[in-house]
Design a protein around this ligand. Structure first.
Ligand SMILES: NC(=O)c1ccc[n+]([C@@H]2O[C@H](COP(=O)([O-])OP(=O)(O)OC[C@H]3O[C@@H](n4cnc5c(N)ncnc54)[C@H](OP(=O)(O)O)[C@@H]3O)[C@@H](O)[C@H]2O)c1
Length: 186
């Protein structure tokens, strides 16, 4: 497990009540429509203002290419992928694996990372790299889709920091990730 790294990494993500971040075909309408109905930016601007680097998987990068304008202007964007062509998109840096990514972020003097995409979040959790998780849950069950979390290789102890209730039944909770030795149940 990776434990020594120079940056903090945070998750800020929207899910269905049953823990999906997108339908299997990538559809996000069930999330964006409810987010808009909440009538608030759900704390996103405050969160992103404290971030210098966005790390995402190819599965999150490719849909983001359809957004106009590019949603990550002004941030360093790192994409984990074994298949994307390196250097093809000047707005992002492609890394082939987690070790290469961590070295690259350290070399850049990265301080605060926004980790996005279910597989990448799981990879970061497994490596002990995530410090805080904010999950915005919208009131719908999808039954199937792309999951937020995958197998973690062990429990990840959390401490609850806050819960806010927005309009349209949108609920947002923030948790700190404890190190194993901090786990009160451990
Ligand atoms: N609900 C929300 O707030 C939210 C937020 C973000 C994304 N999304 C949606 O979630 C979906 C994407 O999530 P996802 O979990 O399917 O994918 P993801 O985590 O964004 O990306 C997965 C890809 O990342 C690469 N990857 C993963 N681990 C790697 C490693 N250790 N080393 C190198 N490359 C690695 C692989 O790309 P290669 O196959 O190229 O190797 C893999 O296919 C999209 O539909 C997106 O729109 C929703």
């Amino acid at each position: 497990m990776t434990t020594s790294h120079p940056f903090t990494a945070s998750v800020f993500i929207g899910t269905s009540l049953d823990g999906f971040i997108a339908r299997k075909d990538g559809d996000l309408g069930w999330l964006t429509s409810r987010g808009e109905a909440a009538g608030d930016d759900l704390g996103y601007q405050d969160f992103i203002d404290g971030i210098d680097t966005v790390v995402m998987g190819r599965g999150t990068y490719e849909p983001a290419l359809t957004y106009d304008p590019w949603p990550h202007e002004g941030k360093h964007v790192a994409v984990l992928s074994t298949t994307l062509e390196v250097g093809a998109d000047p707005r992002v840096t492609v890394y082939r694996d987690l070790d290469q990514l961590i070295d690259g972020l350290a070399e850049r003097g990265t301080k605060s990372v926004y980790v996005d995409g279910g597989q990448i979040i799981t990879t970061f959790l497994r490596a002990g790299l995530v410090g805080e998780i904010t999950i915005t849950t919208v009131p719908v069950l999808l039954g199937t889709g792309l999951p937020l979390f995958g197998p973690l290789g062990g429990d990840v102890p959390l401490v609850h920091r806050s819960t806010k209730v927005f309009g349209a039944g949108v609920v947002q909770s923030t948790y700190g990730v404890l190190r194993q030795e901090e786990d009160p149940a451990g």
